[in-house]
Structures are given as structure tokens and as C-alpha cells.
Design a protein around this ligand. Structure first.
Ligand SMILES: [Zn+2]
Length: 619
């Protein structure tokens, strides 16, 4: 089923493409463009550009390009209709419904609504309901002032079976699918959360998608004390996936982007603690281990991931997985040196300086693990040092990079007062043992290395930015850039005859045949996708030259080419020389005048008229 073109156009117009893409990648303003690391391929230097005004993106690395709809299609792996629908939802645009494919949208819309209303309801209860007194006391005891409570939209689920269900008045299906309630054994609607302080969980754009609830500790709770586990979280559902969600990212993303660093901690209260301590770049997993999908999300925002778990938990993070994330997502994973037994929330209250220092002094994952081995060892005796060295080398052996391994080997040698060469022999034996032992899938590491990293097409780097030197395609591209970005300046001074490059000529014709860039791109898409790609790329490049210069250059080049043809004709048919000779003379004179200031532009106009006339008769 198709969505009417007018609806698609309205959705496009209602979409802020920079805001959209910023949910997946950090963009920085550069002139009129926004640039950043491509969310579609792995790279270290930004080759991804967005033109906000025209609503298009282009990556010079992997050559992906498109508009907001293309972006959603590719990043969310959905079809055109679904992408338009999601953007329509996002932008508050109502599109003409088609009966078959709207089921999913119809299913999710009410869930988001119910969740948003639930968050408001619980938040209001916490702020003002008399029964929320113990919750407010508890939060105050944790050092949460009104500002924190409002910023994180904290809530209170009353000690009641169905307070929310009564308030929302939605169907059992909606309540259940949103994870807000269920039908109990007596067939009545029951709230999922009861007598708990609530931490709403948002998607990166700030839309609430789930809830995390904590019972009040017994001494504070009194009669209001909840039952069940300390923390209870929404289950996965149509609008929420734990594996892909990081609590706090919606608030943290700006600071994360600015600092290129994200702090990953263990719980909602830890995230809030970091914000309180002046480090508003912390996120937490939501009742699940840090995994592949979290990194896929994070790597678009930061290159450095600092684990701020308590030391034991951090030490247990599987080394194979961490190195795989580091390599695969090109991030550095560090571990914050939190004092033993201290969690970030305690530190934020008691000693915020220590918390900030722990982040500032975070160590690479391997250094952290080697330290732990050596700190727990007895280094006073020769036997103890030998044992410690062997244990430390087993840790070092897990790192995939030989140079890194060797540096740590020397560090271990130093700390254990052993000769590096003696340790190298030992390291080899340790490594062999590790290779034959069943590992964490380390064996696949080397063969996967780089295999799934899309490579830039050969020659692509040369296309990045304005080209240097005598390149015939350069002025044509520049003219097209002007035609896309500043059409009023080039206006009717460009003609297809000026573009010797077939692709450029097609792009120019697509532009002149359409009302705007979108229309041009769409039309081109059907005829030649390369032309559509070129147009999108041009939309994220900026013209660097004056329109007059470009027009004159194009006219000069085209005239020289045409003149060579005419002169060849004259040589081949001497009879026509009488007719052709004056033309040649006039063109040569105009060419000479091209560089002559005001006369130059008039000469360019004459040459252009001649070129267009020739082009017409040739066709
Ligand atoms: Zn790319």
C-alpha cells in the first residue's frame, strides 16, 4: 500500500533531520552543514554530512545518502511505508491511513501515549500526594532535591492495586503491552508497579518507554513498604527493548558528545549520582548486562566508554567481550577506579571529588585487570612474585594486540622484579594453554578482524571535499553545488552543454526539470540511481567559489572543446571554411575577452548562446 505523495512531502517537511540523526550519531555544525561519524560504517574521521535545510545526508566513506526517510529505513531496517509512518508519528503528522499496514503503528501509538500519561501521573503523585510522604523522605535522604526529582521525572506508584489503571482508562491490552499492568486472576486490571519509587526510562529522543521501580528501604517505608525484589523493571514489549536501551542517554547525550566519553554505571541512582557530581554523561543498562547492542548505540556518541561499576563487577566483565567491543566498535573501554565497596551514589553524596577523580583516572580495561591481580598477590616472596606474574600474564594474554601485550608484559616484569625475557618465554606457554582451552570465542577474533567493516570504495577518498589540480570534473561539480545551494546566483546562466561529464549533465538536467531537490532526486532515482546519489552528495557539500568564476570557467572549457570540433570540421570540409572561419574568429575573440572583467561576463553570455545553439543543432 502506498502513502500519498502529499503525505510523504508533509512528513519530510515536518522532520528535523539533524535532530533525527542526532539520536544515532554525534553531529557538529560546520558552516551550513552538520558533520559527524557515520552511523552506517565504522570510521575514525567524520565523513558523514547532513544538510539540514534540504533534509539530506551523505557519507563520503560508505557512499550512503538519502533523506530522513532513507535514514530511518536504513538505520531501523524498515521499509519505506514504515519509515514514513514512524516519521509521521515523530513529527505529529497525520497521514492517510492505508488499512493493511498500519497495524503496528496503531499498536504502538497508544502504548507511547499510555506510558507518557503514566509517567505524568506517577510524577504528580510523588510531588504532591500525601501517601508519597515516605517516598519523598527517602529521596531527600538520598540527597535528591526538587530539581533532580523533576529533571528525572521520578514518580511514586501508590500502595494500591489499580490506581494507574483507573486513571488511564485504557484497554487491558494497552496496559499490558506498555508494561504498566496486567489482568489478575480475578479478571481485574492490576497495576504493574505498586508502592515503589519510579525511575522512568526514556529513548534517546526523550520519549518515555519503560519504568524502573525501587521499593523503599524498610526503616523509611514503614507501612508503605513494598514487597518483592528491590528493583523491578518493565518487561520488553513493543516499545521497549532492554538490550537496546540505556537509561539516561536522553539527558546525557549532549555532554557525552561534547566530551567524547560516556560513563556506564549499574543503576538509575548511579546515573543520577554522576549528574549530581557534575558529570552529566552517565548512562546505565536497565536490568541487563552491557552488550553488543548497547555499544552499537554508544559508539555513535563517544569513543571512550568508562565502566563505573564496583571493582568486582568490572573485574568480572568478560575480557574477550570487552576487547571485541573495543575492536569492533573502535572505542576504548576504561574502568573507573572506584574505592572498594563504594558505589557512585554514596560517593556523590559523601565525596564528589573522589567520584570525579575516579573517572578522570579511569584505567584501560587491561591495566585495571592486571592491577587487580597484582594487588591481590603476595609480592614479598620470590615464589609469590612468580605466581603473581603468571596470573597477570594469563590476563595479558587475552588481549588481541601483540604490542599491547608486550608493554604490559614489561610492566608485569617490573612489578614482579623479573627479567622481561624470562617472562616472554612464560607468556608464550601461558598463551598456548589459553589457545587450547575453551575460551570465550576468542578464536574467531582474528578472522573476523576487519571483515565486517565496510571499506570505502576505491577512489572515494579523492572525492572527499573540493578536488585540487587540473581536474575536468571539478568546475562541473562546483557549478552543480551552486545550482543546488544558491540557484539564484547561477539561475539561467548554466546550460546542459557546459557539462562534459555525462553524470553531471544528467544531474543538472534533473535539477532543472524539477521544482526542488527532493523532486529532482526522486525523479533521478528511477532513471539512474547514480545521479540521485550525486545530487544528495552535492547537497551536503558547500560551494566554495564565486558563481561568476565557475560560469566563466565552464564556458571557457566548453568553448575550447567546441572550438576544437569546429576547427576539425573546417579542415575536413574546405568548402565550408567561408562560413566557419568568422565563427572561429568570433569565438576566439570572446575567449580572449573572458578574463577581462565586465567584458568577460558579456563574452561568457555570447559563448554560452553559441554553445547552446550548437548543442541544439547537434541533437
Ligand atoms: Zn558511511
Amino acid at each position: 500500500m502506498a502513502i500519498p505523495d502529499e503525505d510523504v512531502a508533509r512528513v519530510r517537511a515536518a522532520t528535523d533531520i539533524v535532530a533525527l540523526i542526532s539520536e544515532h550519531a554525534a553531529l557538529k555544525k560546520q558552516g551550513t552543514r552538520w558533520v559527524g561519524l557515520c552511523p552506517f560504517h565504522q570510521e575514525k574521521t567524520p565523513s558523514f554530512s547532513v544538510n539540514a535545510e534540504m533534509g539530506v545526508f551523505h557519507c563520503f566513506g560508505c557512499q550512503r545518502s538519502g533523506d530522513a526517510i532513507t535514514f530511518v529505513r536504513e538505520i531501523e531496517h524498515v521499509d519505506f511505508v514504515e519509515a514514513v509512518r514512524r516519521l509521521a508519528d515523530r513529527g505529529g503528522v497525520t497521514i492517510t491511513e492505508d488499512p493493511t499496514a498500519t497495524a503496528e503503528r496503531h499498536r504502538r501509538g497508544p502504548l507511547y501515549d499510555a506510558m507518557a500519561k503514566a509517567v505524568d501521573f506517577y510524577h504528580e503523585r510523588l510531588l504532591s500526594a500525601p501517601d508519597a510522604g515516605p517516598a519523598r523522605d527517602y529521596l531527600r535522604s538520598r540527597g535528591y532535591d526538587g530539581e533532580i526529582v523533576r529533571m528525572f521525572r521520578l514518580g511514586w506508584a501508590p500502595d494500591d492495586w489499580d490506581a494507574l489503571a483507573k486513571h488511564l482508562k485504557v484497554s487491558a491490552k494497552v496496559l499490558e503491552e506498555a508494561g504498566l499492568g496486567f489482568v489478575n486472576r480475578r479478571g481485574r486490571l492490576q497495576d504493574a508497579f505498586r508502592a515503589r519509587v519510579l525511575f522512568p526510562i526514556f529513548d534517546p529522543s526523550g520519549k518515555p518507554i519503560a519504568l524502573g521501580g525501587r521499593i523503599l528501604p524498610a526503616p523509611v517505608a514503614g507501612d508503605a513498604g513494598g514487597v518483592g525484589p528491590k528493583y523491578k523493571n518493565s518487561q520488553d514489549g513493543p516499545i521497549y527493548s532492554k538490550r537496546r536501551t540505556l537509561y539516561g542517554l536522553n539527558w546525557a547525550k549532549h555532554d557525552v558528545i561534547e566530551n567524547g566519553e560516556v560513563i556506564v554505571c549499574e543503576g538509575y541512582t548511579d546515573v543520577i549520582a554522576f549528574f549530581q557530581a557534575g558529570l552529566p554523561r552517565a548512562v546505565a543498562t536497565c536490568g541487563t548486562a552491557l552488550g553488543e547492542e548497547h555499544f552499537r548505540l554508544l559508539r555513535n556518541f563517544a569513543k571512550r566508554v568508562v565502566l563505573a561499576y564496583d571493582a568486582d563487577a568490572a573485574g568480572q566483565e568478560g575480557a574477550g567481550r570487552v576487547y571485541e567491543w573495543e575492536r569492533h566498535h573502535e572505542v576504548d573501554v576504561a574502568v573507573a577506579a572506584l574505592p572498594p565497596g563504594a558505589d557512585p551514589a554514596d560517593l556523590a553524596r559523601g565525596d564528589p571529588d573522589a567520584l570525579r577523580a575516579a573517572i578522570a583516572e579511569a584505567k584501560p580495561f587491561l591495566a585495571f585487570r592486571v592491577d587487580r591481580v597484582l594487588l591481590s598477590a603476595d609480592l614479598r616472596s620470590a615464589e609469590g612474585r612468580a605466581k603473581a606474574a603468571e596470573a597477570a600474564l594469563a590476563v595479558v594474554a587475552e588481549h588481541p594486540n601483540e604490542l599491547v601485550r608486550d608493554q604490559y608484559l614489561m610492566l608485569v616484569a617490573d612489578r614482579c622484579r623479573l627479567e622481561p625475557d624470562a617472562l616472554r618465554a612464560l607468556a608464550e606457554r601461558v598463551a598456548q594453554r589459553a589457545r587450547t582451552a575453551p575460551g570465550e570465542g576468542n578464536g574467531s577474533r582474528s578472522e573476523r578482524s576487519g571483515a565486517d567493516v565496510p571499506r570505502a570504495r576505491s577512489g572515494a577518498p579523492a572525492e572527499r571535499g573540493p578536488k585540487r589540480g587540473a581536474d575536468v570534473s571539478r568546475p562541473g561539480l562546483e557549478a552543480l553545488r551552486l545550482a543546488v545551494h544558491r540557484p539564484e546566483e547561477v539561475g539561467d546562466r548554466l546550460e546542459a552543454a557546459l557539462f562534459p561529464d555525462e553524470l553531471q549533465r544528467a544531474a543538472f538536467e534533473a535539477l532543472t526539470g524539477a521544482d526542488d531537490l527532493h523532486e529532482a532526486v526522486e525523479a533521478a532515482e528511477h532513471v539512474d540511481p547514480r545521479v540521485a546519489g550525486l545530487l544528495r552528495r552535492l547537497a551536503v557539500e558547500e560551494p566554495a567559489t564565486d558563481a561568476d568564476d565557475v560560469v566563466v570557467t565552464l564556458v571557457r572549457n566548453a568553448s575550447h572543446r567546441a572550438l576544437a570540433v569546429v576547427e576539425a570540421q573546417a579542415r575536413l570540409s574546405p568548402n565550408s571554411v567561408g562560413e566557419i572561419a568568422p565563427v572561429i574568429a568570433r569565438v576566439r575573440r570572446d575567449l580572449d575577452e573572458l578574463d577581462d572583467g565586465d567584458h568577460g561576463l558579456a563574452a561568457a553570455d555570447r559563448l554560452l548562446a553559441w554553445l547552446v545553439g550548437r548543442d541544439d543543432t547537434n541533437e
